[in-house]
Design a protein around this ligand. Structure first.
Ligand code: AMP
Ligand code: MG
Length: 350
């Protein structure tokens, strides 16, 4: 199958993409978080194609993308009060709410769960596509399962060329990191299943009297796993990744040592870090072996380049990646969650 890449401009472009969706085909499209691999969310056979194209395990549910709150409302059999508040505050935007699912949503969308993840994306291209299709669009990230999520059309193409008919190109995603997922199905409590640009602090501020907590899996001890394995690795670059987090000076010293040790062992190391840290390593590390994530204080910039950084050395001779982590507040919580998975838990606090 040929994969067309299209920068949608005219109404007819959206109509063509929407027709593919209505016919049960897949269309990759940009959102403000990452690129999604979309199918008609009410068509089980179309959703099955998503799992096939990504090589995604069938028990990993998809998020349904709605054009607006009215469409979101049709996807649940009862909108919890907390979810209604959060959607009023943060939709359209990078927040997914987990709700009791409406009966007509196919089981394949939810991995057999009685709940469904729903999001209203803010991206104009995403909204135009959903409106033109006239159905909610089921869309996980448009990467091969286990790989870093795509934040440009070129990254989608690298993973899915030949497997899908169309990629809508909207340039680089604004946030570059997947949506926050907030489970709103329990009375009086909201559980963050995945951190994102809508932070736990922002959610708590909207919901006085409601307990807002992080899912236990997010706060589990994050040291090197006792039995290292690929089972929990997601967003993974081809070369193994180790993350060093802490104060700037200590991280630079740890990266220096790791880089030198790798060379002594005959490896080819590369460093992903903020500009200040790279400046401290400029005597040792060649410019071909660095990825500059921008200034340390620019949390949004560092988050939005994360997946580009993780893919950057994939087609090079680099054998080991060493990255600087972030402080786990605000967007840093979301970035560290992805870095922990991308590194298979190899996060060293220094
Ligand atoms: P992706 O868009 O590729 O990040 O995948 C969607 C994510 O949303 C997956 O990690 C799912 O586990 C999560 N998700 C979707 N629906 C639900 C649900 N009903 N309950 C919990 N998590 C969900
Ligand atoms: Mg994904």
């Amino acid at each position: 199958m040929d994969t067309e890449i299209l920068r949608p401009a005219a109404h007819a472009d959206f109509e063509r993409a929407a027709q593919l969706i209505r016919r049960g085909e897949l269309v990759a499209f940009p959102t403000e978080t990452v690129y999604g691999l979309g199918a008609n969310g009410l068509d089980a056979a179309a959703c099955a194609r998503i799992y096939e194209a990504k090589g995604r395990p069938s028990d990993n549910p998809l998020i349904l993308h709605a054009a607006d709150l009215a469409m979101a409302q049709t996807l649940t059999c009862g909108m919890p009060a907390a979810a209604a508040h959060l959607l009023a505050a943060f939709a359209p935007g990078p927040l997914t709410v987990v709700l009791p699912k409406a009966h007509h949503i196919p089981d394949i969308v939810t991995g057999g769960l009685a709940t469904v993840g729903v999001r209203c994306p803010a991206s104009d291209i995403a909204r135009c596509l959903i409106r033109a299709a006239g159905v909610p669009i089921a869309a996980p990230s448009a990467n091969t399962s286990g790989r870093p999520s795509p934040t440009t059309a070129a990254m989608v193409e690298a993973d899915l060329a030949g497997r899908i008919p169309l990629i809508l190109d909207g340039g680089a995603c604004v946030w570059g990191i997947e949506s926050t997922i907030a489970d709103c199905t329990a009375e009086g409590r909201v559980t963050i299943l995945r951190p994102g640009a809508v932070t736990p602090e922002m959610i708590a501020a909207e919901l006085p009297g409601v307990e807002v907590r992080l899912d236990a899996a997010l706060t589990a001890v994050d040291a090197v796993p006792r039995a290292p394995g690929m089972k929990y690795t997601h967003y993974a670059p081809r070369a193994p990744l180790t993350v060093y987090a802490g104060t700037g000076c200590a991280v630079a010293a740890a990266l220096r040592e790791a880089y030198q040790r790798c060379i002594e062992a005959g490896g080819v190391p590369a460093v992903i870090a903020c500009r200040e840290t790279l400046a401290a390593l400029s005597d040792l590390v060649s410019s071909a072996r660095i990825y500059d994530c921008g200034r340390r204080s620019d949390d949004a910039g560092r988050a939005s380049c994360l997946y580009d950084a993780l893919r950057h050395f994939d087609d090079t001779e680099v054998t080991s990646l060493f990255a600087e982590g972030m402080v786990e507040t605000g967007l840093g919580l979301a970035v560290m969650n992805r870095m922990r998975k991308a590194s298979g838990g190899r996060v060293v606090w220094v």
